[in-house]
Design a protein around this ligand. Structure first.
Ligand SMILES: Nc1ncnc2c1ncn2[C@@H]1O[C@H](COP(=O)(O)OP(=O)(O)O)[C@@H](O)[C@H]1O
Ligand SMILES: [Mg+2]
Length: 562
């Protein structure tokens, strides 16, 4: 409410809550720090997993920062922005989500101290921006060249990324499998390697163990052969892909049939049989021995197909038919009269296999070697789901290295090296910005510190040792958490990360921290009453949704605020 000449003017709806200035900022920073603290313990190979239970009682066990934050239903707008950090990190590079959230929390924690010293938020955000720019430069320079031909680099990066997950025991096998999958789908476009990880099909089924996870060159359909009389295995398959039903079409309108004698019924049935036989003949004459149909297949047609030793699968999704067309090189037909032998698809082996209680069709050795599936197995659904997330991360990491061609040693080494070089850089700046760059550098130390802490090691001791090693010029000096040893080059310990993951973590955390630091007014609309049982929905206050477009947030504080 504002006052104008004694008349109150109502600006906001009744029940609207408003927090301003220092209070608003304090409040936002505190919420963001709480989120960062919550996931700190899951960083690194000795990090703990979280078990999350939603309001329906469904359980997720994970170590993945983005997943944890996605599952917990946060209410506070600033906490929601932390969730966005993880999401951005996940969608951009697929790994480093925990790192980016922890870093955001630490940046804010240290910024809070500068705010207390009456340093204006815009000075801090400007310092952060400069520091981030410099950090990217340093990371680029300290990187080592890698790429699709550097198999060891790719495998080590994938293994490092899976080291912190439940699947860690099987990661050597899984890393190789992921690398083979990426190699299969990678393409060179205008001299640059490009990987679309969506081209790697993922199928999962609880049962057996993680070690039974396989890479299959081909496609899997979760369908079974339509009739038990049909062959279950076909080698050198000539595959017919058809969109129309192998049935007699029903008329669109209700037709009345006047049948006056038993002969007429017989005639009618004979005609139907003749039409179905005709369809099947057209299929068989084309040389097809596998039929994959988007619609239904009539019982009688099934019978004729069985007699001709043709395997048939019905009601296959349109998107799967399209995938099959690409993989097998087969044309998608709609009309039986058009079928020609040269446009059938090819698969070296088409087979129905039993996976636990289900039967699935495996179409292998396809024409297109880019068709690959990872069939994930594992003791329980919980494990299979976490394995799926870990394999997704590993695929992302390998893609990152193939596309960007740069890697660094991990285990806190890059953060520590950047911190050291940033402190030198800060001293060239002077003034209040120097302070902001310095706290940025100090914030980076949180990564090696947290890794050490989670491994039960002494933080300060490790930090000192690492700094000494870096000062001697070992840019990849880090701590191998698995052995507890200080290592001058983390590459030797096979702890490797894509440079883009480190760069993106810095970019996303600076963006989020700056965004939170620029907010000095939180206006929350009155909550509408919700029917009981509804999940607590949290609409963000206007203008605060999502990370993109942060440039549009009016930064700065009104004069006299501080
Ligand atoms: N064997 C290891 N020794 C030390 N640090 C490791 C090791 N393996 C992985 N790390 C580090 O763990 C961190 C990643 O942990 P992770 O839990 O996957 O978090 P994020 O979600 O940020 O990827 C990276 O800093 C990485 O270098
Ligand atoms: Mg990771």
């Amino acid at each position: 409410m504002a006052q104008l000449g004694g008349t109150p003017i109502i600006i906001m709806k009744e029940g609207t809550q408003r927090t301003r200035g220092r209070d608003a900022m304090e409040n936002n920073i505190a919420a963001a720090i709480v989120i960062a603290e919550a996931i700190r313990t899951s960083l690194g190979p000795r990090g703990m997993d979280k078990m999350l239970v939603d309001q329906f009682g469904d359980v997720v066990i994970t170590n993945d920062g983005a997943t944890i934050l996605k599952e917990i239903d946060v209410q506070h707008p600033a906490a929601k922005m932390m969730v966005e950090v993880a999401k951005t990190q996940d969608s951009e590079v697929g790994d480093g989500t925990t790192t980016s959230v922890i870093l955001t929390g630490e940046l804010l924690k240290r910024a809070r101290k500068l705010l207390e010293q009456k340093i204006h938020p815009t000075v801090i955000t400007e310092g952060f921006r400069k520091a981030a720019e410099k950090a990217v430069e340093i990371l680029d320079k300290m990187s080592i060249k890698s790429g699709i031909d550097d198999k060891e680099g790719l495998i080590n990066a994938a293994m490092t990324c899976m080291g912190s997950k439940i699947v860690s025991e099987s990661r050597a096998e899984l890393a190789k499998l992921c690398m083979n999958a990426i190699e299969a789908v990678a393409e060179q476009i205008d001299g640059k390697w490009v990987v679309d990880i969506d081209k790697v099909q993922i199928q999962k089924k609880a049962g057996d163990s993680i070690d039974d996870t396989k890479l299959i060159k081909g496609i899997i359909l979760d369908k079974e052969v339509v009739s038990p009389g049909m062959p279950k295995t076909i080698k050198d398959a000539k595959i017919l892909l058809i969109q129309s039903a192998i049935e007699i079409e029903k008329t669109e309108f209700d037709a009345k049939l006047q049948i006056t004698s038993p002969e007429q019924i017989q005639q009618f049935l004979d005609e139907e049989e003749r039409m179905l036989r005709d369809m099947v003949n057209k299929i068989v004459n084309s040389g097809a021995n596998v039929v994959i149909c988007q619609k239904g297949i009539d019982d009688m047609a099934q019978h004729f197909l069985s007699k001709a030793e043709v395997m048939a699968i019905r009601r296959v999704k349109k998107s799967d038919i399209e995938k099959l067309s690409k993989a097998t090189g087969g044309m998608i037909y709609t009309d039986f009269d058009d079928i020609t032998p040269d446009k059938l698809g090819y698969g070296g082996l088409v087979e129905e296999r039993k996976i636990m209680s289900d039967k699935w069709i495996f179409i292998e050795e396809c024409k297109d070697p880019k068709a690959v599936v990872i069939l994930i197995r594992g003791g329980t659904d919980l494990i299979v789901d976490e394995a799926d997330r870990s394999i997704h991360d590993a695929l992302c990491v390998i893609r990152d290295v193939v596309e960007d061609q740069k890697i660094v040693g991990g285990g806190g080494a890059p953060e520590l090296e950047v911190a050291i070089q940033l402190r030198d850089y800060a001293s060239t700046l002077g003034g209040r910005e120097q302070l902001a760059v310095e706290i940025f550098a100090d914030s980076l130390d949180i990564i090696p510190k947290t890794l050490a802490e989670n491994a039960g090691l002494d933080q300060i001791d490790i930090l000192m040792k690492l700094r000494a090693a870096h000062q001697k010029g070992n840019k990849f000096a880090g701590f191998d958490i698995e052995t507890g040893e200080l290592i001058n080059n983390m590459m030797d310990a096979k702890v490797v990360e894509p440079t883009v993951v480190k760069i993106q973590a810095i970019k996303s955390s600076v963006e989020a921290a700056s965004m939170i630091l620029r907010i000095d007014d939180v206006i929350a609309g009155a909550k509408s009453a919700m029917p009981p049982g509804m999940p607590p929905g949290g609409g963000m206050p206007p203008g605060m949704g999502g990370m993109p477009g942060m440039g549009g947030m009016g930064g700065g504080m009104p004069p006299g605020m501080m």
